[in-house]
Write a protein that binds this ligand. Structure first.
Ligand SMILES: [Zn+2]
Length: 197
């Protein structure tokens, strides 16, 4: 799996969807420019296959199911194939990054009760608590790696939402921890990312 950074906008002001940014990124994607995360050779990847999956986006404040077509590339040097996932897509999650951050922002700022949040976004309390716990765990890892002082959850989410380029954070998080922000479990190729530091 190869993570690509396409989320070049402030999440809180976003006027678009995860799918739109995904398509926008893939339009200009060139496999020849990719470095293989397994063998680290450059210029040896080509389009291999694709598969469709659905993501749940947030559009005008409402959950919307969208289909996307994920490209797989193959490295002709080592023979491994990799899915290309821009950072609007969380690996193994049906929910786009905007969706989860929006729910968590409303949760941590106490804009709504858990019951009304779950009803508004068509999620269960256990999903909400799982995202909350993952967010808190990822936040602790990030702050401890950077040796930064503790931040309240709502301050950390505000920091993320107001970033000029969210991709700077998401690519840094992936580089330093070997997995994507808010990803529930690690993927095998992510282990190779750790080699870089
Ligand atoms: Zn390779």
């Amino acid at each position: 799996m190869i993570r690509k950074n396409s989320l070049f906008c402030k999440i809180i002001r976003i006027k678009t969807s995860s799918k739109f940014l995904f398509l926008d990124f893939m339009r200009s994607f060139q496999p020849k420019t990719v470095e293989c995360p397994i063998c680290h050779s450059k210029g040896n990847c080509k389009i291999h296959a694709s598969y469709s999956r659905s993501i749940i986006d947030i559009i005008h404040g409402k959950p919307v199911y969208q289909d996307i077509c994920v490209t797989r590339i193959i490295c002709e040097s080592c023979g491994h194939s990799h899915a290309i996932l821009p950072d609007t897509i969380i690996p193994y999650s049906q929910y786009g990054i905007f969706f989860i951050l929006r729910v968590l922002a409303e949760y941590f700022t106490h804009l709504k009760t858990v019951a009304s949040l779950c009803e508004a976004y068509n999620i269960t309390p256990s999903m909400l608590y799982r995202w909350r716990d993952m967010f808190l765990q990822n936040r602790s890892v990030w702050l401890s790696i950077l040796d930064q002082k503790e931040q309240l959850p709502k301050d950390f989410i505000r920091f993320l939402c107001l970033m000029e380029h969210f991709s700077d954070f998401s690519s840094g998080f992936f580089r330093l921890t070997g997995s994507s922000f808010l990803q529930s479990h690690a993927n095998p190729t992510a282990l190779f990312g750790r080699k870089h530091f």
